[in-house]
Ligand binder design. Structure first.
Ligand code: SF4
Length: 249
């Protein structure tokens, strides 16, 4: 009876969830490690990365109840087929309704993953007990973070998010999108080593795509782009500092 009441409470409360959904990938093996997952993209992001290739997801808006309702209905047809649901964006933690949506997804029996750049550490900290995996974007090192994401003051907020993740013991990955307009090879090495020093064990370097960038100058060729051999040498140097280091290009 107590269980029934709890589920009823959840259903009643969560039926009013509002999330501005921007898209759904119904099945992927790439967005949650070792799990068959779907990805729910949420509209809105407070950052302005020059290389952003989803600039249409940057403007924020209020979600309508039927948007989340449609996702719930989709998920109810995937129970036993998918293992996990990943919330991505945009910046999913921008939305106050995310917490209730996460609880509902858990109640449906899925694991929950989150892609975030960590600009809302308090909201992330509240979410962590309900999450199973996090992919944390690290735009750059210290104040470089703010320059790359185009917003002042974010790097301190991100540092609090990283600290909360490290303290939580949750399985997570840090990932850095590298556009050679933002980085020299030595910057990447310094950033990776500083993350390893903090205790990050899983790290991914993702080479930015050049099409459809938020800042059109990021679609132009960059003179200091390293060779494949230089990138491979960097990865070889960094590998000993992590349990897992991936180069995604
Ligand atoms: S790339 Fe930057 S601006 Fe684009 S959605 Fe991600 S965090 Fe936001």
């Amino acid at each position: 009876m107590a269980m029934q009441t709890t589920l009823d409470d959840i259903t009643t409360k969560l039926s009013s969830v509002r999330l501005p959904t921007a898209g759904l990938v119904p099945m992927t093996t790439l967005d949650y490690p070792d799990h068959l997952a779907c990805v729910v993209f949420l509209q809105g992001c407070p950052l302005r990365c020059g290389y952003c290739h989803n600039p249409n997801m940057i403007p924020s808006r209020r979600g309508e109840p039927q948007e989340w309702q449609a996702i719930r209905e989709f998920l109810s047809t995937r129970q036993g087929l998918l293992e996990a649901v990943v919330f991505s964006g945009g910046e999913p933690t921008l939305n106050a309704g995310l917490s209730d949506a996460v609880k509902e997804v858990k109640a449906l029996g899925f694991k929950v993953g989150l892609h975030t750049a960590g600009p809302y550490p308090d909201r992330l900290t509240q979410l962590l007990p309900h999450l199973d995996w996090v992919g944390l974007d690290v735009k750059g090192r210290g104040k470089e973070f703010d320059r790359i994401c185009g917003r002042p003051g974010i790097w301190q907020l991100h540092a609090r998010s990283l600290e909360a993740l490290l303290d939580s013991g949750l399985n997570f990955e840090c990932r850095t999108t590298i556009h050679w307009k933002d980085f020299q090879l030595t910057d990447v090495e310094r950033l990776a080593l500083s993350l390893a020093d903090c205790g990050v064990r899983h790290y991914a370097l993702q080479v930015a795509r050049s099409e459809q960038c938020f800042d059109p100058t990021y679609s132009q060729p960059v003179a200091n782009t390293p060779s494949t051999a230089q990138m491979n040498a960097l990865v070889s140097r960094l590998k000993p500092y992590f349990d897992q280091l991936e180069l995604r290009q």
